[in-house]
Write a protein that binds this ligand. Structure first.
Ligand code: ADE
Ligand code: ZN
Ligand code: ZN
Length: 290
């Protein structure tokens, strides 16, 4: 009994809102489901070869793996790879200023992680390429969540306590989960596939002309995480932090004006993840053929 009370104190009192890692499971599932439909033939085969058998060829099955292992002892080192923070109230992002070194490693942040796992997959060297694919697919999702490129002082909104309608939570969690959860209930009959289909229709109907801009990287780079991060902090300032001060209650006005941002970021993350994987695995074929 006393053990129970101690656990309660530790879990509920000391950590009332565990700092969340990333888009919730639904967000990551949506990103990878969207990406799967944009993969080239070469990428589909390469991804299938690398995925664990349990995924049955579906990238979406492993897109939250990085979150699940992040809480385990062996992968605790990977926790700071889910985000990159800017100095307080600075609404732009700079790699050298914001991606810090840890005591053991250099460049420990989400943008560095995207470069690193892209490099590993391209090199085909003796890395764990299954893990590289699972990390990359997850981190491309994370860097598109505006508050994964938030302010250092509030840990990307994790320490900003707010109410989401009647529920007490924090701003980071609102953007990882609550907006998506409320959208599912309000507009999509609590069905994630219906929500994903609606985003896919927007990609082909509304954003069609933007897609090739989303996909492309300057200098023909394989991935351009610095660009995705710059967009995120800009959106964090314009939409996530705005009117969401500590103690505020966020309701319809916030929800309805921010949901289109969340849906567009999920779309961009999915399209870009596919574009990155297509570039990785197409160049592989070319090298192999030449
Ligand atoms: N911890 C510190 N900053 C964070 C962020 N931006 N997102 C998630 N967790 C964090
Ligand atoms: Zn994450
Ligand atoms: Zn998060």
């Amino acid at each position: 009994m006393s053990l129970l009370i101690v656990s309660f104190v530790v879990v509920v009192v000391l950590f009332p809102f565990p700092t969340a890692l990333c888009w919730g499971k639904d967000g990551h599932y949506a990103v990878c489901k969207i990406a799967q439909d944009y993969l080239s033939q070469d990428a589909v085969s390469a991804v299938k070869e690398l995925l664990p058998d349990s995924a049955q060829g579906h990238l979406a099955a492993v897109c939250s793996w990085a979150d699940d292992v992040g809480y385990t002892h062996n992968y605790r080192w990977s926790q700071p790879l889910h985000y990159v923070d800017t100095p307080d109230f600075i609404c732009n992002y700079r790699y050298c200023r914001d991606c810090h070194d840890s005591y053991a490693h250099k460049h420990v942040c989400v943008t560095a992680a995207i470069y690193n796992y892209t490099m590993q997959l391209k090199s085909q060297l003796n890395y764990n390429l299954t893990e590289a694919l699972m990390f990359l697919s997850h981190f491309v999702g994370d860097v598109h969540q505006p508050l994964h490129v938030g302010f250092l002082g509030d840990l990307g909104g994790n320490t900003i306590t707010v109410r989401w309608y009647r529920r007490k939570t924090n701003l980071h969690h609102v953007w990882d989960d609550m907006i998506i959860e409320s959208a599912l209930k309000t507009f999509y009959g609590s069905d994630l596939s219906t929500m994903i289909q609606a985003i896919q229709s927007n990609i082909t109907d509304i954003w069609l002309n933007d897609v090739h801009v989303w996909e492309s990287c300057a200098h023909n780079y394989t991935a351009c995480p610095n660009w995705y991060a710059s967009e995120s902090i800009s959106l964090a300032c314009k939409f996530a932090y705005r009117n969401a001060t500590p103690g505020s209650t966020l309701e319809d006005e916030y929800f309805l004006s921010r949901l289109p941002i969340v849906e567009k970021r999920l779309a961009q993350a999915g399209v870009r993840l596919a574009a990155i994987l297509n570039r990785i695995f197409t160049s592989k074929t070319r090298i192999a053929q030449s």
